[in-house]
Design a protein around this ligand. Structure first.
Ligand SMILES: *[C@@H]1O[C@H](CO)[C@@H](O)[C@H](O)[C@H]1NC(C)=O
Ligand SMILES: *[C@@H]1O[C@H](CO)[C@@H](O)[C@H](O)[C@H]1NC(C)=O
Ligand SMILES: *[C@@H]1O[C@H](CO)[C@@H](O)[C@H](O)[C@H]1NC(C)=O
Ligand SMILES: *[C@@H]1O[C@H](CO)[C@@H](O)[C@H](O)[C@H]1NC(C)=O
Ligand SMILES: *[C@@H]1O[C@H](CO)[C@@H](O)[C@H](O)[C@H]1NC(C)=O
Length: 295
């Protein structure tokens, strides 16, 4: 062993290629059933160092002659992290190893110390949003994938009893609330495949609307008011216009039109001799109006 180290030092001094060291400090980062293998970068000379990862499950170890399976997505990669989530498909002990490659040289395998079992994943409390929609108590939970269930606990703040619902969906109607009562909710995730739960999210409380609450009345009143205004306003405009039209004619027009106006007022629609039978006019209401509008 000592001789080998000395040999390597001499090789390095002579400027020959030192063999690539195996990746070291290999660890697993596993959160919410997403698993990543990580290692410290290997410093090589010249070419970019690339890494390849392999795993060995219980099956390979016991029934497949201790064979290793390459992870295709992590074959000759330049980053020092590998997403092994897809490959860790059972709750059994896995071996993992990684080696470095710089084109000319290949390192020994660096192996994870001990086994990785996915039941050691760290589970975080779910992100949760509690909503009071009138009298409905709703909760929305972050979608964490099909492996995750949610255990939701809710209770009326002034009471002792707690109710629990087990749900797989991420939007849940919990209860119909008592008027003006305050309700509290907390949730945790549960992963059946590993029989483990996260800790609880922070409790969130909401208050149901009051039965005769002022805001509802206010909203209703303003709705009625608005509808009334919407209906009345065009009528008033129309009425005003009409009055204006009848009163505009005599003031704005010449004596000749004055005749027209008087005819209009009488309801018109008949002929009348004007000034010793010189002119005969037939004037109806319509022409009267257009007269006024033209002025
Ligand atoms: C080992 O890896 C961890 C992260 O995975 C890093 O924080 C630490 O610095 C590394 N240690 C060495 C000696 O490279
Ligand atoms: C098991 O692996 C060894 C070497 O690791 C090999 O010699 C042997 O032939 C393999 N056996 C089978 C059945 O694949
Ligand atoms: C890791 O792989 C899993 C499964 O393919 C995927 O759902 C997840 O988004 C990946 N994570 C990252 C950070 O690439
Ligand atoms: C994980 O599973 C192994 C056996 O499969 C068991 O010994 C260990 O206690 C479990 N760990 C946790 C955190 O559940
Ligand atoms: C899940 O774990 C609990 C203890 O945390 C245990 O009582 C129960 O039997 C386990 N269920 C299964 C199906 O392993």
């Amino acid at each position: 062993k000592k001789g080998q180290a000395l040999c390597q030092q001499i090789q390095r001094l002579l400027g020959e290629d030192a063999p690539l060291p195996a990746p070291h400090n290999i660890s697993i980062l596993s959160t919410n059933m997403k698993h990543f293998l990580m290692w410290s970068p290997v410093i090589g000379q010249g070419e970019t160092v690339r890494y390849s990862v392999e795993f060995q499950g219980e099956y390979e170890r016991e029934y497949a002659n201790e064979s290793w399976i390459p992870i295709c997505e992590c074959s000759l990669i330049t980053v020092t992290v590998c997403n092994i989530t897809e490959d860790i498909s059972a709750t059994v002990a896995y071996n993992l190893r990684v080696r470095a490659d710089n084109g000319a040289q290949r390192s020994e395998w660096g192996t994870l110390k001990g086994f990785f079992i996915r039941n050691t994943t760290s589970l975080t409390p779910p992100l949760m949003k509690v909503i009071a929609d009138g009298y409905h108590l709703l909760v929305e939970l972050e979608d964490m994938g099909p492996a995750f269930q949610f255990l939701v606990f809710y209770w009326e703040k002034s009471q002792e009893s707690r109710k629990m619902v087990k749900e797989v969906s991420s939007a849940i109607h919990l209860a119909t609330m008592e008027a003006a009562a305050e309700y509290c909710v907390k949730a945790q995730t549960y992963v059946e495949t590993i029989n483990r739960s996260s800790s609880f999210s922070q409790t969130q409380c909401v208050r149901a609307q009051g039965s005769g609450s002022m805001w509802l009345i206010t909203v209703l009143m303003s709705c009625v008011g608005f509808a009334a205004a919407a209906l009345t306003l065009p009528f008033l405009v129309w009425k005003t216009r009409k009055i204006f039209q009848y009163s505009c004619c005599p003031i704005a027009v010449l004596p000749d039109a004055l005749v027209t106006f008087s005819l209009c007022f009488q309801g018109a629609g008949y002929s009348q001799n004007h000034g010793a039978g010189k002119k005969s006019r037939h004037i109806d209401r319509k022409t009267c109006f257009s007269h006024c509008n033209e002025e």
